[in-house]
Design a protein around this ligand. Structure first.
Ligand SMILES: Nc1nc2c(ncn2[C@@H]2O[C@H](COP(=O)(O)OP(=O)(O)OP(=O)(O)O)[C@@H](O)[C@H]2O)c(=O)[nH]1
Ligand SMILES: [Mg+2]
Length: 247
């Protein structure tokens, strides 16, 4: 294993980071050394963003990158698609939706369309996140596509979990019952330019009993956004920061 490669990655060199991640992803020779190069715990926050296909996760992440970069933050974004290993749509979506950031010096974006041998989330995702926490980023965003159990595992990797829904998300309420309900810190009702967005978010709020929780009195757990125009992005960032600082 090339010690200089790990060193360069830790200094934030994107090519070296990419190479190290590929080695971890493929469990190629030397990957254990890369993982072991990270010692101790990290306080670099990991923000998980999950929700059904096409809800606007990548568009939201694109907007979030914008507000964080404006603050001078360095970000790594990892997009995982555990539900459909052979479907490249999400990866293409990431490419298109976040295209303006791929070559930005403060941003590193990586898509992983792989699945673990047992059918769940590739265990390498965990190691990759831990590795990225040691590469000089201020924040890591983890986007996961899915409506099943697999992304609950990914959500557990995150310090803060955001579930993105759309106004006509009756079906998704079912998947939330299946586990995401407990892991979600913030619900985003995206595509709020559509009909009944307010109605849906108030139903969601009632369901979550947000108002009944004095602990979260000052934190809005349900937010309406229009990712394509940036409506609600700043508020989302404020919510994220509030929760991260609190925890
Ligand atoms: N009307 C409307 N369309 C939106 C909004 N946000 C995203 N879209 C559109 O929804 C489509 C999917 O957006 P993506 O950001 O790729 O969604 P995603 O959840 O990342 O999709 P996958 O990663 O494939 O699951 C795109 O055509 C976006 O332009 C919104 O707030 N309003
Ligand atoms: Mg996406």
């Amino acid at each position: 294993m090339d010690k200089a490669l790990i060193q360069h990655a830790k200094e934030g060199d994107k090519r070296s980071i990419a190479r190290c991640i590929s080695l971890i992803e493929n469990q190629a020779e030397g990957y254990k050394e890369i993982i072991a190069s990270r010692s101790g715990s990290s306080d670099v926050p990991v923000i998980g963003i999950t929700g059904p296909p096409g809800a606007g996760k990548s568009t939201l992440v694109d907007g979030l990158i914008g507000v964080y970069v404006e603050e001078g933050k360095k970000l790594a974004v990892v997009c995982v698609d555990p539900s459909s290993p052979f479907h490249q749509g999400a990866v293409l979506g990431d490419r298109i939706r976040m295209s303006r950031w791929y070559n930005h010096p403060a941003v590193y974006i990586r898509s992983l369309a792989t699945r673990g041998a047992t059918g769940g989330v590739n265990p390498a995702v965990h190691d990759i996140i831990l590795f990225l926490q040691s590469c000089g980023f201020d924040l890591i965003i983890l986007e996961t596509v899915g409506v099943g159990q697999s992304e609950v595992g990914v959500a557990k990797l995150a310090d803060l979990s955001i579930v993105v829904l759309v106004p006509e998300a009756g079906d998704e309420i079912q998947f939330m019952k299946a586990g995401l309900m407990e892991v979600a810190d913030i619900f985003v009702v995206n595509k709020s330019d559509r009909n009944d967005a307010e109605l849906f978010s108030s139903q969601l709020k009632n369901m979550l009993h947000v108002s009944a929780s004095p602990k979260h009195k000052d934190i809005q757990h349900v937010l309406n956004t229009v990712a394509t125009t940036g409506v609600g992005i700043q508020e989302l960032k404020n919510n994220i920061n509030q929760l991260i600082i609190k925890s």
